[in-house]
Design a protein around this ligand. Structure first.
Ligand code: NDP
Length: 338
């Protein structure tokens, strides 16, 4: 039961002065330059009150885009349930100010219809996600990954149906290669449901989207929202001396960031990047976000957080000055060093 003192939530009157909003490709939608993802720290095992404070902090700062997926938790589905509960209690009056996404594509339930890109899976999954969140529709629904075992026509046909049936307003794709993206975009265009956005992983420590994907998105008029722009927290000041207690890498249940990923050479790079950020008068997290957002085709940086203050710090990255050529060269040199 939520303490009564937490109601009613009145968002900050100045919330639209916090972040900037960029056009999402060639669409009418603008997204905040910083968005909040609920992959971690919003599960059934996490504190509901902390989750509430993070959502409130985000919305108070103008972050009106929240990103979910069917299997965020743990357990699977519980981040959507948490969001649904907090939406009902805090955010429901502001539904039309919010842009809420979910996805299906990875492992969700047992058997042949709970994973991949089939029409059966995607439609059943969004119906479950709508129930868990209590939303009438999602603003955006993604194919979470390219499934080599399902014809792309079928996956894109399911996305088109999801829009036409009123379950979502827009559709997107995540982690598709440039070629898969072009093909998906063409199928969706032919069906009259354009691909709004692509969600790739992009950060100082993962520059693969620079190898053709960002150019493809620009050419196709598709927006991009880049996930893990802080490399799951590595690009912050918390790993300067290795793995600290309580950090994501230190949590035993983590499979996506482990202490062995925090190598000595990684820590040296983090320390050098941190020194450069200090010279620029900002934190490493702020510099890492400013760096992904330096490309105009990046619509939004999709961060995660474990505490409300982290969100506030990330939003302050937007005050930063543009990178000089010499700073960009120093960054390239640090990233290529061992
Ligand atoms: P980030 O790279 O932003 O990492 C977030 C983590 O960094 C936080 O949990 C926190 O870690 C740390 N952090 C954040 N801000 C600060 C700060 N100011 N100071 C210090 N530490 C900070 O993103 P995520 O990896 O969490 O991914 C973000 C979102 O991207 C997900 O929620 C999800 O929506 C989406 N995503 C999509 C995927 C896809 O396949 N499409 C895959 C993965 C993510 P700590 O817990 O240590 O405090």
């Amino acid at each position: 039961m939520v303490p009564e003192t937490h109601w009613p939530y009145t968002p900050s009157a100045t919330r639209y002065e916090g972040v900037a909003y960029r056009p999402c490709g060639k669409s009418g939608i603008r997204l905040p330059t910083i968005s909040l993802g609920l992959w971690q720290n919003f599960g059934g095992v996490d504190s509901l009150e902390n989750a509430r404070q993070m959502l409130r902090q985000a919305f108070d700062l103008g972050i009106n885009h929240f990103d979910l997926a069917n299997n965020y938790g743990p357990p699977y589905g519980s981040a959507e349930s948490t969001f649904g509960q907090l939406f009902q209690q805090d955010l429901k009056p502001f539904r039309d100010e919010l842009f809420i996404s979910s996805k299906a594509g990875y492992d969700m339930w047992p058997g042949p219809y709970g994973d991949g890109g089939s029409r059966k899976y995607l439609i059943a999954s969004i119906d479950q996600s709508l129930k868990r969140t209590g939303l009438e529709y999602f603003d955006l629904f993604y194919s979470h990954r390219f499934d080599p075992e399902t014809p792309l026509e079928e996956t894109m046909g399911a996305l088109d149906f999801i829009v036409r049936s009123g379950r979502a307003l827009y559709v997107g794709i995540s982690s598709y290669s440039p070629e898969q993206t072009r093909e998906a975009a063409s199928i969706l265009r032919d069906r009259g449901t354009p691909c709004l956005i692509h969600q790739p992983r992009y950060s100082l420590f993962d520059r693969r989207p620079e190898e053709g994907l960002l150019d493809t998105l620009e050419a196709e008029g598709i927006g991009s929202i880049v996930f893990s722009p802080l490399a799951q927290g590595l690009l912050t000041n918390k790993y300067l001396q290795g793995v600290p207690e309580g950090s994501r890498a230190a949590r035993p249940e983590q499979v996506h960031l482990r202490p062995k990923d925090v190598t000595e050479s990684r820590v040296r790079q983090i320390q050098r990047l941190n020194a450069l950020a200090e010279q620029r008068g900002q934190s490493l997290a702020q510099m890492a976000l400013a760096w992904v957002l330096r490309r105009p085709c990046v619509t939004s940086a999709l961060i995660g957080a474990s505490r409300p203050e982290q969100i506030a710090e990330c939003v302050r990255s937007l005050d930063s000055s543009p990178f000089t050529e010499s700073e960009l060269r120093s960054i390239d040199e640090i990233l290529s060093s061992e």
